[in-house]
Ligand binder design. Structure first.
Ligand code: RNT
Ligand code: ZN
Length: 424
């Protein structure tokens, strides 16, 4: 696919668009810089369908499932790192990389997840430092023989304690990342614990999950190295009737412990969106982590697109001036399409939605609202939708030396031919 435009055409269109936005009091130059400056935590697990390097054949367990068999997934740390670097070149702006415990590199030695140490991520940390890509982290409570219906909420003390040790080891690894990179590493706890059919006791597993989290979080780590987050889910495949870590559970827990709450855009009722939750939650929790994803019927993990949902969440983060209290991450896994394209599509769409949110002349909307001119508020909202946004987006890509328009597709084709197609 050829690029549809060239640099001169981008500059030309931008010059005109800039004037139009200036009429509404928006300085597009400043906004482009601000939009490029927001770190997006790109998820490592799109690169290999959440398989990891423990020798497993793929994702397993309640509530989490990747489908598809597109050729060329990364099979090692080196492959994943080079795929990610290539994907990064297609994504304008600041990036972080979101790791999972499954991606430890332990050589030929099998190391239990409960005794993993920062050393097992040495290659990742060196790479992170060299590429100036800070790392985030996630303990892996799935694809494991001890991850059945329950992990941290298990009634079996042996199982529960194993996962508590895993949670602690994960926090220590995240903290080492934070130390290495000089910015806190976000450590997100998501457990799949739940039941396929109607439980008789909804309370006891939640008490056990609360106590297990308390134990894992009690371990003190150097200040400024880690942001602890917890992630809820409404239901998953295999946990349709009951999920221990529901929204109410974690909302209460994060508020009580004053830790970050993770909202995954695919983890709510199919018609429920999370934009409206941001201003409410930020009154009671210190930080939010957003997992940008796309729910489609029963699946919570389709590739992020520039949808009303994505745009709405970005607008709310910007309107509430909360960019410094919200960590922004991607979370989806589509194994049926080229994985690098999946990374690029999702991350570019998310950056686009942040740019759009920052371009909004919010003050005009608030003024109309505060003076009761609601017709004006609605008229302006409608008008803003058709301003020449594409010209500003293209200019952002150009400024960041990222491909403009569809130009990146040919690069993906070439990489597929030269690299991915040779993996068998
Ligand atoms: C699962 C959660 C969780 C995972 C990743 C791989 O439903 O969204 O965030 O997707 O940890
Ligand atoms: Zn998630």
């Amino acid at each position: 696919m050829k690029a549809y435009t060239n640099d001169a055409a981008v500059e030309d269109a931008y010059g005109k668009a800039k004037e139009i936005y200036a009429n509404f009091g928006t300085n597009t130059g400043k906004v482009i810089k601000a939009a490029l400056d927001i770190p997006l935590s790109v998820h490592c697990w799109q690169g290999d369908d959440v398989t990891g390097f423990e020798g497993s054949q793929g994702l397993g367990g309640n509530g989490i499932l990747a489908t598809g068999n597109y050729p060329g997934r990364a099979r090692s740390g080196d492959e994943l790192r080079s795929d990610a670097e290539f994907a990064f070149s297609l994504i304008p702006g600041k990036k972080r990389f979101n790791m999972h415990s499954l991606y430890a590199e332990t050589g030929d030695i099998k190391i239990g997840r409960d005794v993993l140490e920062p050393e097992h991520f040495r290659k990742w940390m060196n790479w992170s430092k060299k590429k100036k890509i800070p790392l985030d982290y996630n303990p892996s409570f799935f694809s494991h023989p001890l991850a059945g219906d329950a992990t941290l909420s298990s009634a079996d003390p042996k199982v529960r304690k194993f996962w508590i040790r895993h949670a602690i080891s994960s926090r220590q690894i995240a903290s080492a990342f934070g130390e290495n990179q000089g910015t806190p590493s976000v450590n997100d706890i998501w457990v799949p614990d739940g039941l396929k059919d109607l439980p008789a006791d909804r309370l006891a597993p939640r008490e056990r999950l609360r106590d297990a989290l308390d134990e894992a979080l009690a371990v003190k780590l150097p200040a400024g190295t880690i942001t602890d987050a917890v992630e809820c889910k409404l239901f998953g495949i295999g946990s349709e009737a009951y999920v221990v870590g529901s929204h109410e559970f974690y909302m209460g827990y994060a508020a009580k412990k004053q830790i970050s709450l993770c909202l995954d855009t695919g983890h709510f009722h199919p018609t429920e969106t999370i934009g409206d939750k941001i201003s409410a939650l930020l009154l009671f929790v210190p930080r939010l982590l957003i997992h940008f994803s796309r729910g489609l019927r029963w699946d919570s993990d389709h590739v992020v697109i520039f949808s009303d949902d994505t745009r709405d969440v970005c607008r709310e983060i910007v309107r509430t001036k909360s960019l410094d209290r919200v960590d922004i991450a991607l979370d989806y896994f589509d194994a049926s399409i080229n994985r690098i394209a999946a990374w690029a599509i999702g991350a570019r769409s998310l950056r686009k939605a942040l740019l759009e949110a920052l371009l909004e002349p919010h003050k005009l909307l608030r003024d109309a609202e505060n003076s009761g001119r609601y017709h004006e508020r609605l008229a302006l909202m409608e008008e803003f939708k058709t301003l020449p946004f594409a010209a500003i987006w293209d200019k952002l890509c150009l400024d960041a030396s990222a491909p403009v328009g569809t130009g990146w597709l040919s690069a993906v084709d070439a990489y597929e031919k030269e690299v991915l197609s040779k993996r068998h």
